[in-house]
Design a protein around this ligand. Structure first.
Ligand code: PTJ
Length: 249
């Protein structure tokens, strides 16, 4: 693979892409994961590739919800395992949450590779390989889950999720927290707490934060994100662009 020089203005973004390409090459990430990432990048660009105040608030609120949960579970797919393997294991430990691999493009081989990756990064117990339960109302492989994990969880953290499963999990009575750069996605609109931030920032952020004490309204928070993106675009079209904004180029 071409070496990205540190001086490159898009260094971080290119390194992130490389991690996903390596994820595909090593059998962790699905090819569709690359496309999903591209969509995420476009929205991240609109945020200026940083954690905006509305995202920070959602992260702090999510942290409180996860900390108070009785059986919190973090759902892990091929993008999360490639991008933040170490950080997601740390977050799981910090929250005393279980880790469960749950894949849209599910194969035995990918499940095993992801489990291995998480173990290499310190995970002791990884659920999801032996699916012994099903989320009702889903007719794809994401329904397959673990009875002591997602199936019985009260709060589930689902980064980079698809809308169907979020809805199905909510219908099971669970509280759903998602990390999704697209504030317009079905998941973003259906989840109880939507963190519109890159998983590469949101996951490490959450280990370092104080839970939010004030009230939180997900719909209002999402509107704030959209307003932020709109204002930023307006600023760009009027050439009111700052050095900081330019970092996103
Ligand atoms: O590993 P698998 O088989 O379970 O497949 C995982 C993917 C992500 C391919 C699958 O779940 C999928 O197709 O997801 P979607 O429906 O494309 O949704 C992914 C969402 O995550 C989109 O709304 C993207 O904007 C968003 N997204 C992409 N990259 C990031 C992101 N959100 C946060 N951080 C990212 N790095």
């Amino acid at each position: 693979m071409t070496e990205v020089p540190r001086s490159h203005p898009r260094y971080e973004s290119l390194k992130t892409r490389e991690r996903l390409v390596e994820g595909v090459e090593s059998g962790i990430t699905s090819k569709a994961g690359l496309i999903a990432h591209g969509r995420g990048e476009a929205f991240d660009y609109l945020l200026g590739e940083k954690t905006i105040p509305a995202a920070e608030r959602a992260e702090r609120y999510a942290l409180g919800v996860l900390k108070k949960a009785e059986n919190p579970v973090i759902s892990i797919n091929g993008n999360v395992a490639a991008l933040v393997p170490d950080e997601i294991v740390n977050l799981g430990e910090y929250l005393s949450a279980k880790l469960e691999v749950n894949l849209f493009h599910r194969t035995e081989e990918r499940l095993k590779k992801i489990e291995e990756k998480l173990r290499e990064n310190g995970a002791e117990d990884v659920l999801g390989l032996e699916a012994d339960a099903e989320i009702p109302g889903l007719d794809h492989d994401r329904a397959l889950c673990s009875k002591k994990g997602i199936y019985s969880a009260d709060v589930v953290l689902v980064p980079l999720e698809d809308g169907d499963r979020t809805k199905a999990l909510k219908e099971m009575g669970k509280t759903v927290v998602t990390i999704d750069l697209n504030p317009l996605s079905r998941t973003a609109k259906t989840a109880d707490v939507t963190i519109v931030d890159n998983v590469t920032r949101a996951v490490p952020n959450m280990i370092d934060m104080e839970p939010l004490k004030e009230e939180f309204d997900n719909e209002k928070n999402l509107s704030e994100v959209l307003d932020y993106m709109g204002e930023r675009l307006k600023g760009l079209t009027k050439n009111k662009i700052t050095e900081e904004d330019m970092d996103g180029r």
